[in-house]
Design a protein around this ligand. Structure first.
Ligand SMILES: Cc1ncc(COP(=O)(O)O)c(C=O)c1O
Length: 389
């Protein structure tokens, strides 16, 4: 028997359900992709200029482990201005390689082997992998379309055991676009308090909300002391390729988070830190313009999908619509695969995002308006073709 060189932890990781579709799509011509969770906008010019300037000024060295202080100060100020939550830039903020790294360092810092993390699903595809690589166990709690894909606090409480260490929340949510109401979040907070749990709150889409005010979980009563706030610049500042994000937490937790970051990453890319600083200080208008355009597309795509006969709840955040497709007689995998093969439109099957995602597909509207128009035409033809057979 051949020996496996991989650890059991890694060998047991499931491949991402998203990748397979991108690989098929990459072999096809004239594919419209509603599959990818990435802004179609380029980074604002001022951010690009700041990145270039930093290189020309020879800012090509490591920075402080936790990131350049002016960036931490600007971030602290921004979070305070937006949400009234105060983080000490010296001791309670670390700049990371994207929100992705912030999730890894957060989980690694708080989980012992076998610790359970309550995970509302459908959710971002990386969560289960990150939790398990940190030695933890995901306890998935599906949420439902009837509840606007906001988890029922009672269901979350039922999932708690002696091993539960944390709850991982993500609002606005990838893949559903759901935004949790403040009352529900307060209820979840009370549960976290009752069982003395850490809450990792991934708020990477915080600025992408439509007609709603984002609720920062750490700003809820007594929550700052037990919350690790995860955020980033990829989505709202259209900076995916710069790889820059952050984690904020009270000092007693940040001490561990920053130590993990120091050992595995040392520092986030220097150039990206200067770009992000520029974004925070001078690019508010760019963010607002992108949000307005996402909102225009959001209304169009949600109306279009409902019109086609794919029931779609109104997402109030992020840049995803999550239509129900199983009333066509196809499950979400079959629907996505055939739509791609027959009409060259890429969407992601909801089951890739865990329990509760089955029967839905994720359509990203971080795609140009005319492409969304064309995609909806093709989806309409596809759905009609299913009924005419
Ligand atoms: C919910 C959520 N969290 C975190 C990330 C990671 O983003 P990044 O590492 O680019 O900051 C993503 C990216 O798609 C996401 O959707």
């Amino acid at each position: 028997m051949t020996k496996s060189y991989l650890s059991e932890r890694v060998a047991s990781l499931k491949p991402s359900g998203i990748r397979r579709f991108f690989e098929i799509a990459a072999t096809m011509e004239e594919v419209i992709s509603l599959g990818i969770g990435e802004p179609d906008f380029d980074s604002p010019p001022a951010i690009i200029a700041a990145g270039i300037r930093s290189l020309q000024e020879q800012k090509t060295h490591y920075t402080s482990n936790r990131g350049i202080l002016p960036l931490r100060e600007a971030l602290s100020q921004k979070i305070n201005d937006l949400y009234g939550v105060n983080y000490n830039p010296e001791t309670e903020i670390v700049i990371t390689v994207g929100g992705s790294e912030a999730l890894v360092v957060a989980c690694t810092a708080i989980l012992d082997p076998g610790d359970e993390v309550i995970l509302p699903t459908p959710c971002f595809v990386s969560y289960q992998g990150v939790i398990s690589l940190a030695g933890g166990v995901s306890v998935e709690v599906p949420s439902k379309m009837e509840n606007g894909f906001v988890p029922d606090p009672k269901e979350l409480e039922k999932a708690i055991t002696k091993k539960t260490k944390a709850i991982l929340l993500n609002f606005p949510c990838n893949p559903t676009g759901a935004v949790a109401d403040k009352e529900t979040l307060i209820e979840i907070g009370k549960i976290a308090e009752k069982y003395d749990l850490v809450v990792i709150s991934d708020e990477i889409y915080d600025r992408l909300v439509y007609g709603e005010k984002h609720v920062c979980f750490a700003g809820l009563p007594n929550m700052r002391e037990r919350t690790i706030l995860v955020g980033g610049f990829s989505k709202d500042y259209a900076m995916t390729g710069w790889r820059i994000g952050f984690a904020c937490a009270p000092e007693k937790i940040m001490r561990g988070v920053a130590r993990v970051h120091q050992y595995i990453i040392m520092t986030a890319p220097t150039m990206a830190q200067y770009g992000a600083l520029e974004g925070l200080l001078y690019c508010e208008e760019d963010v607002n313009k992108m949000v307005a355009e996402y909102d225009r597309r959001r209304k169009y795509i949600v109306e279009g999908l409902n019109y086609i006969g794919l029931p779609t709840f109104e997402p109030c955040g992020a840049f995803y619509a999550f239509p129900k497709v199983d009333n066509t007689g196809l499950n979400d995998e079959e629907f996505s695969e055939r739509l791609l093969q027959e009409k060259h439109v890429a969407v992601v099957p909801g089951s890739a995002f865990g329990p509760g995602g089955e029967g839905f597909v994720r359509c990203s509207y971080a795609t140009a308006f005319d492409q969304i128009e064309e995609a909806l035409d093709r989806i309409d033809q596809f759905v009609k073709s299913l009924y005419s057979k």
